[in-house]
Design a protein around this ligand. Structure first.
Ligand SMILES: Nc1nc2c(c(=O)[nH]1)N[C@H]1C(S)=C(S)[C@@H](COP(=O)(O)OP(=O)(O)OC[C@H]3O[C@@H](n4cnc5c(=O)[nH]c(N)nc54)[C@H](O)[C@@H]3O)O[C@H]1N2
Ligand SMILES: Nc1nc2c(c(=O)[nH]1)N[C@H]1C(S)=C(S)[C@@H](COP(=O)(O)OP(=O)(O)OC[C@H]3O[C@@H](n4cnc5c(=O)[nH]c(N)nc54)[C@H](O)[C@@H]3O)O[C@H]1N2
Ligand code: SF4
Ligand SMILES: [Mo]
Length: 916
């Protein structure tokens, strides 16, 4: 601590901080944030009390936003590669965009407009999205523009459109709170939509009669709120929903009057579900018949019934069928268009909705129109003042990258997404990117796997640095405001896109008035909004001024409206040709890839609580690794036992498409026969091509959404006796960049961050034999253990070596080679800021484990806000504390609340000492 006078002086010298109301850039809940800044730098973040999504609350990710985004990881200047195999070098905007326009022009002239493609993102703002869409369709003349929403929401889009006639989630967040019965299917909202989950927790506490059913193959933290958890076998949801409808019919719990007045197609569905008897369904889904009956009864008897779903339904080769089978239940019971009722798809990314509205999937056009519909094309072409829009079908994400690999796409523009981490079947994606003649990557962080392939890297402004609008899961549009300028030469996405487009139109439409004469995000919004007029989403009555004066609004908000629309279909009329909702009668079809003798486990992938996707942003904050330190595969304890594996051992995880080496852990929330791996790992943080080297590119026939939740795999012990561990404090991003390439030669290498106030780089690696001494010397130099105040012990014969740097009485760097048993003890000493007296004695002796040390790993941090570990919580429980006691004594769970479900789970599983 500096002397008090200094603190005051410092405070007096810094300009007063300001607050700018904006949004969180992570999930689709769409929380409002107040960004605290000094006009230059972001200093802090608070929940916006006036925002209707979160009323002032933020989760563990939102509340740490100001700790992320290390400038050392940001893309700061345009960079251009002048030939394959050469390194990229710094360029300037004029050069960079002229070059891009020249390459695109040449490619389009030589190979036609469909030889170029745009792959964009649900994390762009609506205005960015609109600019890209106009660029691709009106100027280039291609429908090859797709977004990562193809991996995320496209099954829900198909579901809503087929069943209800338009792509519109009909509910509001209030409906979740007011519902009597909730079905949460394939959504781990405790991790993925935490603030909405907090709202649900509060609603359930206030009305304990509210019934919650969770459908998920895993026992997730979301199950902490469940009255009934159906741990169905992966991919069997359609059978489950048909089985429930079968029972609703049998018991007379359907709403005949609603069906007759407002729907079509019920008879065919009735015939279909006759075959879905409780016995058959229980067998297919791997659940108890009684649980199935109970689910049907809860739904059938509930005064109001609402369902929430996310990737467990959408990311499937049966994604469209799963969506429609679930919506069928709402139509059959008349549970839609009423308070507390309706089929409510949760959106993943902050502006997944905006992408759908502006038509940024290859098959869509702005204003919920269809690219395949001639009338829609003519309407949009007229509005844009071009002759026509392209007719040829655009490629969807998986097909698009396949076309890149096949050499059909010769210039690819990627913005705000990291396909070299997030698409399935990564081996092929990397091949595609390596083979593509010209790859442009518009990115905020240069560290992503995709940036490696960029021939042109364009630095984008990011959270807090850009203006525009976003739509959250409940159709609510918020004005995103800029707090600080973007660093160095980074620019807002819409500005990059429009600047490029203006250069391209000089080549492709010389002499004609510009289609991209926009000088602000607002100008784009104003043009875009009129394309929604008289469409189901009509938001033509909105403006930035209304959003500023009246706060965030839910569409539809037509011209002249006084307020937005909380709930759709209240009058039972649907935007279909007949005005009636459609029942869809599609049978359950098992996923093609199943367990077999060679690949006996089904791999499921999904989110961690504190990481976001490829971790370009969350992975810069050491604190966010406190909850999950590294990539680990979860297997049921029985599966470990069967394979004679110990928790913590390295394994080779293999699918038909590729393999990964990483440690395994025992986890009884995963059923035997299954495995779980977080989706976040790519080649940066874990050597190999990441989680998605294993996953399948098979996709749903209608939505083209890939099967990211189900791949068959096998697990075997990895024999890698030579082990390495290092931890080095300070300057983490630069050290990361310098050290990461040196670990290419190791079979296993994990590089993550650790610590809180003193962030450190944490490295674990292993190989069959010791590496060359020169490589180790290079690594040591970067770790700061090659010289200076370093304690060292080397046993070259056993290729064992230990080095520890001590400064000011504290450990600042650790390197263990050959043998790493002391790593937990040493990491503990580092974290406590000490250099134990026994350290020197231990170091100089050829002992593996330190004297008096348990060798036990420090437990994970449950409460990231107040730094409370799992061990501390377990000790509290053992002393007899309940949730309130733990909150009072340890303070855990009292800030953002993200850890409360996990604490409850521990309370249910750790025996308390009676009378302690
Ligand atoms: N912390 C965090 N939050 C996020 C994100 C993040 O990266 N990190 N990303 C955001 C985005 S873009 C998205 S799309 C959402 C995703 O939000 P969610 O979909 O809730 O998250 P996931 O963990 O991908 O998957 C949800 C659950 O589906 C289950 N599941 C797997 N297979 C099946 C099945 O066949 N049937 C059923 N019923 N369930 C199955 C998995 O076990 C998993 O628990 O999260 C958003 N929020
Ligand atoms: N195995 C498996 N794979 C999955 C999933 C899964 O559940 N399992 N989920 C899928 C889903 S639902 C999704 S949504 C995808 C997500 O996959 P991606 O879209 O690849 O995820 P992100 O890492 O969020 O990528 C966004 C990129 O944009 C950059 N960025 C941030 N802000 C800005 C900005 O303002 N402008 C620009 N230009 N760039 C910016 C970030 O640094 C980051 O690299 O992953 C999919 N992949
Ligand atoms: S729930 Fe968390 S991650 Fe999602 S928008 Fe709110 S603060 Fe951000
Ligand atoms: Mo997503």
């Amino acid at each position: 601590m500096p002397p008090v006078s200094e603190v005051i002086l410092q405070a007096a010298a810094t300009p007063p901080s300001q607050l700018t109301a904006s949004t969180c850039c992570y999930c689709g809940v769409g929380c409002g944030v107040l960004i605290e800044h000094d006009g230059e730098k972001i200093l802090g973040v608070q929940g916006d009390p006036s925002h209707p999504a979160n009323h002032g609350k933020l989760c563990s990710k939102g509340s740490t936003l100001h700790l992320t985004g290390d400038l050392d990881a940001r893309a700061l200047y345009p960079e251009l590669r002048l030939g394959k195999g050469l390194a990229r070098s710094r360029s300037d905007w004029d050069n960079a965009l002229d070059h891009a326009a020249a390459v695109f022009t040449e490619t389009i002239r030589e190979h036609g407009p469909d030889s170029v493609a745009f792959y964009i993102s649900g994390q762009l703002l609506t205005e960015d999205y609109y600019a890209f869409n106009k660029l691709a369709r009106a100027l280039v003349g291609t429908n090859n523009i797709d977004s990562n929403s193809r991996l995320c929401m496209s099954s829900a889009v198909v579901g809503y459109k087929r069943s209800l006639g338009a792509d519109a989630p009909p509910c509001s967040y209030e409906d979740i709170e007011q519902s009597d019965c909730l079905l949460i299917a394939g959504s781990n909202m405790a991790y993925a939509h935490p603030i909405l989950f907090r709202r649900l927790e509060a609603a359930k506490a206030a009305r304990p009669d509210m019934q919650i059913i969770v459908v998920d193959p895993r026992r997730t933290d979301t199950c902490e709120l469940a009255d009934l958890h159906l741990a169905i076998l992966p991919g069997t949801d359609v059978a489950l929903f048909h089985g429930i409808l079968h029972l609703l019919l049998w018991e007379g719990w359907v709403d005949r009057a609603y069906i007759d007045a407002h729907t079509e197609g019920f008879d065919a569905l009735k015939t279909l579900v006759r075959d879905y008897s409780p016995a058959a369904v229980a067998e297919i889904c791997g659940i108890e018949q009684n649980d199935l009956l109970r689910a049907a009864e809860l739904i059938g008897k509930a005064p109001s019934f609402l369902s929430l779903w996310c990737m467990g339904l959408n990311q499937s080769t049966a994604g469209s069928a799963k969506n429609s089978a679930l919506i069928n239940l709402h139509l059959a019971t008349g549970q839609i268009g009423r308070v507390g009722a309706g089929p409510f798809s949760l959106t993943g990314q902050p502006n997944a909705m905006g992408g759908r509205e502006t038509g940024s999937l290859s098959n869509l056009l702005p204003g919920h129109r269809e690219a395949g519909n001639a009338e829609h094309r003519a309407e949009v072409a007229r509005y844009w003042g071009v002759d026509s829009l392209p007719e040829s079908t655009g490629l969807t994400a998986i097909e698009l990258f396949e076309a890149v690999r096949a050499g059909k796409i010769k210039a690819l523009w990627i913005a705000c997404t990291n396909p070299a981490q997030s698409l399935p079947d990564q081996q092929k994606v990397h091949e595609a990117l390596a083979a593509c003649p010209f790859v442009v990557v518009q990115e905020a962080f240069f560290t992503t796997e995709t940036c490696h392939y960029a021939d042109l890297l364009l630095p984008a402004a990011s959270w807090g640095e850009k203006e525009g609008s976003v739509t959250n899961s409940e159709r609510r549009i918020t004005h995103v405001r800029r707090a600080v300028p973007a660093p160095a030469e980074a620019r807002p996405d819409w500005a990059i896109t429009c600047d490029f487009a203006r250069r391209l139109e000089q080549q492709l439409r010389p002499g004609l008035p510009s289609l991209f004469d926009f000088d602000s995000a607002q100008a784009l919004f104003e043009e875009y909004k009129h394309l929604t007029r008289d469409r189901d989403l009509d938001l033509s009555g909105l403006s930035y001024a209304i959003l500023d004066n009246q706060g965030p609004q839910q569409w539809p908000f037509p011209a002249g409206a006084q307020h937005g629309t909380a709930r759709l279909y209240e009058n039972g009329r649907f935007p279909t040709a007949s005005g009636r909702a459609q029942f869809l009668a599609e049978p359950y079809r098992a996923a093609k890839e199943q367990r077999d003798a060679r690949y006996p486990l089904l791999l499921n992938t999904g989110r961690l609580r504190d990481q976001w996707h490829g971790m370009s942003r969350t992975g810069t904050a050491a604190r966010l690794f406190g909850h999950a330190e590294e990539a680990v595969l979860s297997l049921h304890p029985d599966e470990l036992r069967n394979r004679r594996l110990e928790a913590g051992e390295l394994i080779v995880l293999r699918s038909r498409r590729g393999g990964l080496i990483l440690p395994v852990q025992a986890d009884d929330s995963v059923r035997p026969g299954q495995a779980y791996l977080p989706m976040h790992w790519g080649n940066r943080f874990l050597k190999g091509l990441g989680t998605n080297v294993l996953t399948q590119p098979a996709f749903d026939p209608l939505s083209k959404q890939p099967e990211l939740k189900l791949s068959s795999v096998e697990v075997a012990k990895a024999e890698l006796p030579w082990q390495f561990f290092a931890l080095v404090e300070g300057d983490v991003q630069r050290r990361f960049e310098a050290l990461r390439p040196l670990f290419e030669g190791f079979a296993y290498a994990s590089l993550t961050l650790a610590g809180r106030e003193r962030p450190a780089l944490l490295i674990k690696a292993a190989s069959a034999v010791a590496p060359q001494a020169e490589l180790l010397a290079q690594i040591d130099a970067l770790l700061g253990v090659a010289e200076g105040p370093v304690l060292a012990y080397d046993d070259p014969q056993r290729t064992v070596g230990k080095r520890i740097r001590i400064e000011d009485g504290r450990i600042t760097s650790i390197r263990l080679a050959g043998e790493t048993a002391a790593r937990h003890w040493l990491k503990g000493l580092w974290s406590d800021g000490q250099a134990d007296a026994g350290l020197r004695r231990w170091l100089l002796a050829p002992l593996a484990t330190p004297p008096g040390s348990s060798g036990k790993q420090a437990s994970k941090i449950l409460c990231n806000c107040l730094n409370v570990s799992e061990d501390a919580v377990c000790a509290g429980i053992a002393r007899g504390l309940d949730l309130n006691g733990l909150k009072q004594e340890l303070k855990c769970g009292t800030s953002c609340g993200s850890c409360v479900p996990e604490i409850k789970r521990l309370l249910a599983s750790v025996p308390a000492v009676v009378n302690a």
